[in-house]
Design a protein around this ligand. Sequence first.
Ligand SMILES: Nc1nc2c(c(=O)[nH]1)N[C@@H](CNc1ccc(C(=O)N[C@@H](CCC(=O)N[C@@H](CCC(=O)N[C@@H](CCC(=O)O)C(=O)O)C(=O)O)C(=O)O)cc1)CN2
Ligand SMILES: [Zn+2]
Length: 829
Amino acid sequence: MAVESTPLSPATILGYPRIGRRRELKRAVEASWAGRTTTDELETTARDLRLATARHLVDLGLDAETAAVPGSFSFYDQVLDAVALLGAVPERFRDLVSTGSTGSTGSTGSTGSASAGALSLEGYFTLARGEGDKPPLEMTKWFDTNYHYLVPEIGPDTPIGFVDDRVVREFSELAHPADGGQAVVTRPVLVGPVTFLLLSKAESSAAALRGSHAHSSAAGDEAPDGFDPLDRLDDVVAAYADLLRALAAAGAPWVQLDEPALVTDLLDVPFSDVADAVRRAYSRLATDLSPVPGRDSTDGPAERPAILVTAPYGDLRSDAGDGLALLAGTDVEALAIDLVKGTVPAGPVAGLETKTLVAGVIDGHNIWRADLDARLTTLEGLSALGAGAVAVGTSTSLLHVPHDVGDEPRLDPDLKSWLAFADQKIAEVVTLATGLAEGRTAVAAALAGSTAAVRSRADAPGVVVPEVRDRTAALTPADVERAPYAERAAAQQARLDLPPLPTTTIGSFPQTAEIRRTRASWVRGELSDAEYTTAMRAEIASTVALQEELGLDVLVHGEPERNDMVQYFAEQLDGFVTTVHGWVQSYGSRCVRPPILWGDVSRPAPLTVEWAAYAASLTSKPVKGMLTGPVTILAWSFVRDDLPLGETADQVALALRDEVTDLEEAGIGVVQVDEPALRELLPLRRSAHADYLDWSVRSFRLSTAGAGTATQVHTHLCYSEFGQVIGAIDGLDADVTSVEAARSRMEIVPELADAGYGRGIGPGVYDIHSPRVPSVAEVTELVTLAAKSIDPRLVWVNPDCGLKTRSYAETKESLRNLVTATRSVRATL
Ligand SMILES: Nc1nc2c(c(=O)[nH]1)N[C@@H](CNc1ccc(C(=O)N[C@@H](CCC(=O)N[C@@H](CCC(=O)N[C@@H](CCC(=O)O)C(=O)O)C(=O)O)C(=O)O)cc1)CN2
Ligand SMILES: [Zn+2]
């Protein structure tokens, strides 16, 4: 087998959506979880999907033989896949592991402390979803995206070995398809060893014994003294070496190792430590293992495939150090760099002369059709770097974009001509590769089409709306200021008359299958607008009645009318369009359809007032109006690339500001503006933080500062490691801030107090990511803890986040316990 001679294809992508064009994988996975199908049936569906996808990518122009097609499938998450590959299972799940025969070709368990064993597919899902009293692996945002990965827990004794050859089987199944049809030689994609460990948290042995789990921030806090997951690098690398041997034996010419940890400063690891780890890992994998047969005058087979290391999501070079020079200094055969977010040096880079440079010139994280002419110029300029070869690629995996613009018949044709989803991006990559190899004339028609689309977009009505621009241009510092907090707090208490430790929820109540079915019928035209409104009002009425019965103090309408907290707003604002099939995986089987923000934003009519006012008409308790903030609307949409984000944020903020005024006029005295994505949009490089925090905080304040003194403004943040934005939380100037805190046992409260935060704070006492019902004792303890760390008059009691993904049974019981516990603590104040 002439594996050594396969050069990497000149046109490739770093990854492709795996959920399926019609969310086939989501449906199959959820059916299997619900027990409606067996795991064998799930495996079959997944295999069919992988085969069909690989052949589809070949049809789109990726080469079937030169590893152009990435093997980037996952049942749930690529980081969890690495945990399974390594058998790196936390103590509390160790009973799920079989240590006997694993069915693996290379299950030598290369190193090992505790014996590493393979997880079944059910076991794999159990790590993701928890079971009984065993909480799942924690979930957190993947770089600056709305994708969430599962956080590995690695301790000094965590088993680590090559225990699961799923990747090898997935390669072989496409290289030698059982149906005798088109074979595809893929490039298996794995999280690289350095990134894997940098994203892991230290497993606390104490927590492992208790069966509870260590908290998210300050990983290592409870872990054995001084242990750092990176201490296990040699073990992880040894297991990867075994995997690479197995892939080589199966005939894989290339493998892709993703190392995005190299583009961020946010992991709090000095560059010198990262550099040491990279050098050590890749000297073992790339230098010590032979990529060609017969090295050292032996007749041995190749020991590994050629290696492509990728660094998506940002710039490899920063003030901290030069990650490009670092990678170029290793013996891997190819490097992929992000040329959408990253920059290139002007001159040659030592070490690149023997490597293929995969130039990520097509944006994997946004949906605009590329200016191919400009991108070709960038590609031509890369010759200055002195790489052995240049291939064309995407900046990131295409995981973050929907499948196909052709699937959106309802989009305006002009607008459609400006867009490229995953399949269109593949065509762009292929065109650029042809243009680079054969010259511009070979792709003249495609270049002309791209240029025409870019021009038509720039000139289209709605892209620039003078009235919107005039309004943002006229803003003054006074527009982001409210009266002093003390004055507000007094006016609000006089109006709302709340008890100490007021109880509330974060907004959504369970999105039941019935609500979704009703909306689906309405979207299909089977229900009239009036019938749909009646159904949603009935849902609101029952949610309000439930909250009254439970004895909550500040009620919500429950958000039943929202398909999604961002899509719902985008559907009603000018400047956005939404899609029908544009699903993107957010985590596991959960998907979102990010709206497309294409023009200047304005609000043609009120967005939420009718629903909130209806809820308020049903109760004498205060009802909290519920809006999504400007930063989160941008973070979870595809944003325009022709206007600075800060300016777009101000446009959205002004639309929300008008909504706040309308809510006030409808008699609503409490308004919450959610900003769960404040942390997510934080730039990966520290040098960009001040500017980001400045515009994000300003736009939030712009959206809320029109509120009167007696109107109580709440905000809600979640999915956050708060440390990096703690100053910004104070800067938002909300009267009450609710935050995720149940799993970290309220640690955010003293942190906020130390940072000088002195307004209302609602640390979550109920972890809504799990079906577990918190007991009265547990909530009592958490509330007591919070009231000890900050002035108890500031403390609110609420769940961690909205209840939309929970069932009514759990919700009722949990909220009942929450109210009971609060009353008992109140009695002690
Ligand atoms: N945009 C966004 N990003 C976010 C969050 C969020 O809420 N929104 N939360 C965080 C966590 N991420 C999440 C992402 C998705 C979901 C989620 O529940 N997604 C739903 C889809 C939500 C939705 O758009 N629902 C639509 C469409 C629902 C649907 O699939 N309908 C069926 C038909 C309905 C039926 O007959 O049952 C269909 O189209 O086939 C609606 O309610 O109208 C899912 O994957 O299942 C939850 C959390 C972070 N990022
Ligand atoms: Zn939330």
